[in-house]
Unconditional design. Structure first.
Length: 282
């Protein structure tokens, strides 16, 4: 059996130069120097020339450190894992990071869902003439709502500014509520009585309803209508929607949802907006 002294063993195992090791790991010499200074991945130093060499077995150590860094661990936490932690301590820390990343992933998916929904609505906008109601099927959506404090004086967006602020604050504080796309509702009773006052601030989402802060729409069959700044007066559009429901002997099973996709004023105070109006029916 061949045996090696300690120096020979080091030479055999630690055979990768800093540049070679950095290339294999897809990192930089500066990063390796920093990890060495922090005593979390330590090369062998040749006593004759002071050169640093790494072992191929340290590649897995490097990727463990990189993964923990990407998971949000500090260098101190990683050092504690390497030098001090028990198996239970490592499991506890890793599980906490997994939970944190899952929460981040959920928030990212929520933002992606909001954009998908907004673009889905906008993408269908040109398929129908503004101001003309039509029947269509809605994809599964959930809705979050905030009751307007003073409904009887809520005729315009300016009248419900404080209610909008309350709704957006709820969305900002919650992991499940979305701020976009959002809009208002008018009760169907008010709609048929031509009392066009806002009842609730609402937000839509493609994410499943949790039945706590968000609830499913009452149906996927709906009478819809698009409305933009080039269309006639929106109250005329409201009347067309009611007339379409009655004429086709449909039963409304929701309030009127008025979703604002874009609502802009330019420097010349010109108003540009796109609204997506719908009532669930059966």
């Amino acid at each position: 059996m061949t045996t090696f002294n300690n120096f020979e063993n080091k030479e055999m195992e630690y055979s990768l130069t800093v540049s070679q090791f950095a290339k294999l790991c897809g990192t930089t010499r500066d990063t390796l120097r920093y990890y060495y200074e922090q005593n979390i991945i330590v090369p062998w130093v040749d006593p004759d020339n002071g050169y640093h060499y790494y072992s191929a077995s340290q590649i897995s150590s490097f990727y463990f450190i990189s993964t923990m860094r990407q998971a949000g661990c500090s260098i101190k936490e990683i050092s504690d894992i390497i030098h001090n932690s028990t198996k239970d301590g490592i499991v506890k820390l890793v599980n906490s990071k997994i939970l944190s990343m899952q929460q981040e992933l959920y928030l990212i998916n929520k933002k992606i869902s909001s954009l998908h929904l907004g673009m889905w609505v906008l993408g269908k906008f040109e398929a129908h003439k503004p101001g003309v109601p039509f029947m269509d099927s809605l994809p599964a959506m959930s809705v979050a709502e905030t009751k307007i404090a003073d409904k009887n004086s809520s005729f315009h967006t300016a009248d419900i500014a404080s209610d909008i602020s309350v709704h957006l604050a709820k969305a900002a504080e919650s992991d499940t509520l979305s701020a976009f796309p959002s809009g208002v509702t008018i009760t169907y009773e008010d709609l048929i009585n031509k009392k066009y006052v806002y009842d609730k601030i609402i937000s839509l989402s493609f994410l499943p309803a949790d039945n706590v802060g968000t609830f499913p729409l009452p149906g996927t069959k709906a009478v819809l209508c698009y409305h933009d700044h080039n269309a006639p007066d929106i109250e005329k559009t409201y009347r067309k929607i009611v007339s379409y429901i009655k004429r086709n002997k449909l039963t409304a099973c929701s309030d009127l949802f008025s979703i604002s996709l874009i609502n802009l004023y330019d420097q010349e105070k010109n108003h540009t907006y796109y609204k997506y109006l719908f009532i669930c029916v059966k």
